[in-house]
Design a protein around this ligand. Structure first.
Ligand code: 13P
Length: 262
């Protein structure tokens, strides 16, 4: 198996997730998933995850049928009740393996706080879903040399109190906000530096041995043209891809990760 070494010498399997954001309804989503499914299945060295909008999950699940894993883009932490417009963890069970939580667009446009993201992450574990928790600083923070402080606050606030014995199910996505949808990706070295910081903060919470099994992805303007640089860095376990996950370039990204990490 490819990937960096985690707890007890086990290797961390590279993971590339496609966050479709608010694109592709059920019909388009099913057609697109069908068009890339065979190619993704042919790259078993990398865990590929498709994250369609909630309303599209069932249609995509009907074609992937477990052969490629699915993730939701968000969920609420309660199992049921009077929460108009929300999706619960129990609704995702059986459809999704993963759920993206705390994406910067949720934090920025919909006011999600570290505390809320933390409640959602705990609920994901409680209901058998694997959280992909996003953290990342704004350009102002980076320019003011506040990246470390900002990321530390987000990691401690969003990722505390999780079940340590299941931490290898956690994925963290480092997505600097200034790199998302801008065409201006971070350098692999800058990304790896923050990934190391994330691991160090997690190690303070859970111990280094447990944290060695946690996968950390980079996200922000990833394409098949720049993924090799990120994949070549052993600290970076894969990518969370936005725009490029809506096209066959997603397959090229997964293929490249398989080749570079292989
Ligand atoms: P882009 O790849 O479009 O920059 O989006 C990154 C992202 O936000 C993935 O969650």
């Amino acid at each position: 198996m490819s990937g960096a070494t985690g707890a007890n010498g086990a290797r961390r399997k590279p993971i590339v997730a496609g966050n479709w954001k608010m694109n592709y309804g059920p019909t388009e989503g099913r057609e697109f998933a069908e068009s890339i499914l065979g190619d993704l299945i042919a790259i078993p060295q990398v865990e590929s995850v498709l994250c369609p909008p909630a309303i599209t999950l069932t249609a995509v699940h009907a074609v992937t049928d477990g052969a490629v894993k699915l993730g939701a883009q968000n969920m609420y932490f309660e199992a049921r009740g009077a929460y108009t417009g929300e999706i619960s963890p129990t609704m995702l069970q059986g459809l999704c393996t993963y759920v993206i939580l705390g994406h910067s667009e949720r934090r920025g446009y919909f006011g999600e706080t570290d505390e809320l993201v933390n409640r959602k992450a705990k609920a994901a574990f409680e209901y058998g879903l694997r959280p992909i928790v996003c953290v990342g600083e704004r350009l102002e923070d980076r320019d003011a040399n506040l990246t470390e402080r900002f990321i530390t606050t987000q990691v401690k606030g969003s990722l505390g109190g999780l079940p340590a014995e299941r931490l290898s199910e956690l994925v963290v996505a480092y997505e600097p906000i200034w790199a998302i949808g801008t065409g201006r990706a971070a350098t692999a070295q800058d990304a790896a530096d923050v990934v190391s910081l994330i691991r160090a903060q997690l190690a303070e919470l859970y111990g280094a041995e447990v944290v060695a099994g946690v996968r950390v992805q980079y996200g922000g303007s990833v394409t098949s043209a720049n993924i090799a640089e990120f994949a070549a860095n052993p600290a970076i376990d894969g990518a969370l891809v936005g725009g490029a996950s809506l096209t066959p370039d997603f397959v090229a990204i997964v293929q490249c990760v398989a080749e570079v990490k292989g």
